[in-house]
Design a protein around this ligand. Structure first.
Ligand SMILES: *Cc1c(COP(=O)(O)O)cnc(C)c1O
Ligand code: SF4
Length: 352
């Protein structure tokens, strides 16, 4: 095993200081925002940001913005996760699946991050590995463990192997899922070592799901697309998740281009999240009504299989619901066509 793989070197060389990044980009960055919300941009991504310019979808997502410290509103824990955390590394809100947080580190600091107030917080993150595995072993209803964070792919292959080994020892855990942004911002991470590590465990779980987080086609270049396309295995399946973000992808054409590319590259569109009301990220927020209008327009631009589900994490700890039909089971009886006109529900139809 290589002790210092290429991806770890690339990550270590990332920009962490606003002055150096501004020099590289050739345009100024606001003063002092990064002391509240730390800056982290890998060099390769910085080159893409520079090529696209200061008003691009990349600059908006990854560069500090004065609004982070000046705009009022937003919550520290917008989705109320902490009420469902049996240990510091586990969130168990839905019966059959649980989130495991092996790290709080990421390969980039996204300015819109819904955990930005927790990840940037001072003070050590106290791992509770034994208590976490005791809880998992004690809860046979948990069939899927979702490694998130932070981003689990900032861990070494060895560490990832240790987590998977421990999970493989719990008989009721059938599926393992990774939620990661690394393939886009640090494609070097999808290397032979990781392929071998996951390959070792492919036979010990029914499926290993890689849920890739990406919000705009301009995050991708030939290298990252090729890395994802090459990273395949018998038990490995790629899904996508994206966040709707004001000023980044809040246009039907931008969303359609993204979902079309996921499909082209063998990534199944899974979720489009409505943005959370996050303290320090309110400049990315847009109303639900606006999001529903954008999402509705996708039906005319894409086939059904290329459209992810539009999801809302209801504030106050109510959990995830489909945002396009928040009436859920309590059906009002009203059915609207694509233009918003009321039409008969099937059971009211007068057609023969
Ligand atoms: C989103 C989420 C999951 C995964 O839910 P899916 O709908 O299966 O993707 C699990 N636990 C928590 C706390 C979540 O927020
Ligand atoms: S990679 Fe995910 S957890 Fe990390 S900063 Fe970005 S959005 Fe937040």
């Amino acid at each position: 095993m290589r002790s210092n793989p290429e991806w770890a070197r690339a990550l270590a060389e990332s920009f962490r200081e606003a002055g150096a990044l501004a020099d590289f980009l050739g345009w100024p960055l606001p003063d002092g925002v990064e002391t509240r919300y730390p800056l982290l941009v890998p060099r390769r991504l910085a080159a893409l940001i520079r090529a696209q310019g200061p008003d691009g979808a990349l600059a908006r997502q990854f560069l500090p913005n004065g609004s982070e410290t000046s705009l009022p509103g937003g919550l520290i824990d917008p989705i109320g996760d902490t009420a469902h955390a049996p240990t510091s590394q586990l969130i168990h809100r839905y019966g059959d699946r649980a989130l495991l947080l092996p790290t709080t580190k990421c390969p980039v600091n996204c300015r819109y991050c819904f955990r930005k107030n927790e990840l940037g917080a001072e003070g050590p993150f106290a791992p509770e590995r034994d208590a976490t595995f005791a809880y998992l072993a004690d809860h046979p209803e948990i069939e899927e463990v979702i490694l998130t964070g932070g981003d689990p792919l900032v861990l070494s292959d060895e560490k990832i192997g240790q987590w998977l080994e421990a999970l493989a020892g719990i008989p009721h855990v059938r599926w393992v899922r990774f939620h990661t942004r690394a393939p886009v911002v640090l494609p070097e991470r999808l290397d032979a070592g990781l392929t071998a590590t996951l390959g070792e465990f492919a036979a010990r779980f029914e499926k290993i799901l890689m849920v890739l987080h990406s919000n705009h086609v301009s995050e991708w270049d030939q290298e990252s697309r090729a890395a994802v396309r090459a990273f395949r295995g018998p038990a490995i399946e790629w899904l996508s998740q994206s966040v709707l973000l004001k000023g980044v992808n809040d246009e039907p054409a931008a969303l359609a281009a993204l979902f079309r590319q996921f499909s082209t590259d063998g990534i199944r569109p899974y979720y489009l999240h409505h943005p959370d009301r996050v303290l320090g990220a309110m400049h990315f927020y847009l109303p639900l009504e606006e999001g529903r209008r954008l999402y509705g327009a996708l039906r005319d631009l894409l086939p059904g299989w290329a459209i992810p589900q539009y999801m809302l994490d209801v504030p106050g700890g109510h959990g995830k619901v489909p945002a396009f039909n928040p009436e859920a089971h309590a059906y009002s009886g009203r059915l609207l066509d694509r233009k918003g006109a009321q039409v008969d529900a099937p059971e009211q139809s007068t057609h023969p």
